[in-house]
Write a protein that binds this ligand. Structure first.
Ligand SMILES: *[C@@H]1O[C@H](CO)[C@@H](O)[C@H](O)[C@H]1NC(C)=O
Ligand SMILES: *[C@@H]1O[C@H](CO)[C@@H](O)[C@H](O)[C@H]1NC(C)=O
Ligand SMILES: *[C@@H]1O[C@H](CO)[C@@H](O)[C@H](O)[C@H]1NC(C)=O
Ligand SMILES: *[C@@H]1O[C@H](CO)[C@@H](O)[C@H](O)[C@H]1NC(C)=O
Ligand SMILES: *[C@@H]1O[C@H](CO)[C@@H](O)[C@H](O)[C@H]1NC(C)=O
Ligand SMILES: *[C@@H]1O[C@H](CO)[C@@H](O)[C@H](O)[C@H]1NC(C)=O
Length: 274
């Protein structure tokens, strides 16, 4: 099944121009996957009932959440919040609207569990193939962004308007996160800029809705290219419901990639870059 690509090239446009992703059919696709054909149907029925029950099943209570970590804390650690009911009513403690599947600009409180955490053997990683780090592309000319991806089953995205962060992360049979990636290009003042960038401003943003090709690469075209300047290109790997990928251990290599590149009138790298 081919997904419609919705290109969102936004020159100096704010994050409010976030791309729309999925259609209802795509949601259906996920529902079917979860429904699980060929699985123990008694178990599937019981699990489905558990997804509508308003009672917390004692089998899923994480007992460890009752302690705040201070029993064996190292210096400088702060106490964790605690709960004996999996924080199911946590959002009552903050004065925020429920996220409720929406991208609420003023912030919100989300109630969906994080879900299935990828094993440390299956942590996603990526590397841009093009543009290459510190290379240059010609101004105002279409160019392709290509990225190699490992351990992310790309191409799965739910409706970002109504199911944002609305369901737990899931893994495929191989233990890889089912999700998608995004490419974002931000303009910098210079290659040696030390100013934290403004995440609301980007030169290009694209949810990559397609699955990786046989070589494990995902790609999109930046049609029309970009005006001359210095840019940072980053990936954002997410689960199908758009949450950043969650993995088994805290210490890990970066799960995304970033490269810096130049856009110049002649398509050549500046002779002197710093
Ligand atoms: C299916 O799951 C139920 C509930 O967990 C269990 O009692 C039953 O033995 C399972 N049947 C098979 C064929 O695995
Ligand atoms: C830390 O303390 C908690 C609560 O007392 C205990 O369950 C846990 O095993 C301890 N962990 C370590 C690494 O000592
Ligand atoms: C996401 O995962 C893919 C596949 O592992 C990887 O190529 C990419 O760098 C990761 N990061 C982002 C931000 O997409
Ligand atoms: C890109 O180049 C910069 C400057 O040399 C370097 O700091 C950075 O680590 C490089 N990034 C990658 C992904 O190669
Ligand atoms: C980008 O454009 C080129 C030239 O039209 C085309 O060959 C290539 O397949 C396109 N790449 C993608 C990812 O659409
Ligand atoms: C590219 O477009 C910008 C304005 O968007 C213009 O200033 C610049 O001269 C153009 N460069 C080329 C090589 O066309």
């Amino acid at each position: 099944m081919r997904f419609t690509l919705i290109l969102s090239v936004a020159l100096g446009v704010s994050a409010s121009a976030l791309p729309r992703f999925a259609s209802e059919q795509d949601l259906g696709l996920h529902a079917r996957k979860n429904g699980g054909k060929g699985k123990n149907s008694t178990k599937v029925a019981a699990n489905n009932a558990a997804q509508t029950s308003l009672k917390l099943d004692p089998r899923v209570i994480s007992k460890s959440f009752e302690q705040d970590g201070s029993a064996n804390a190292t210096k400088g650690q702060v106490a964790s919040l605690t709960s004996s009911n999996n924080f199911i009513n946590f959002c009552l403690t903050v004065n925020k609207p429920l996220t409720n599947g929406q991208q609420i600009k003023g912030g919100s409180c989300n109630t969906a569990p994080m879900g299935v955490i990828a094993p440390s053997t299956n942590m996603p990683s990526s590397k841009f193939v093009s543009p290459e780090n510190l290379s240059a592309v010609k101004a105002n000319t279409s160019f392709e962004i290509k990225m190699a991806v490992k351990h992310l089953e790309t191409g799965h995205f739910t409706n970002a308007e109504s199911t944002y962060f609305a369901a737990p992360q899931q893994l495929n049979g191989k233990g890889d996160i089912i999700g998608h990636t995004h490419f974002v290009i931000e303009q910098l003042n210079s290659i040696t800029s030390k100013t934290p960038s403004n995440p609301s401003k980007f030169a290009f943003f694209k949810g990559v809705n397609t699955a990786a090709d046989a070589q494990g690469n995902v790609a999109v075209n930046v049609s029309g290219g970009l005006p001359p300047g210095v840019y940072k290109l980053s990936s954002i790997n997410t689960s199908a419901n758009h949450a950043p990928v969650l993995v088994a251990v805290a210490q890990h290599g970066h799960l995304d990639d970033q490269v810096y590149f130049f856009v110049t009138d002649d398509g050549k790298r500046p002779a002197k870059i710093v």
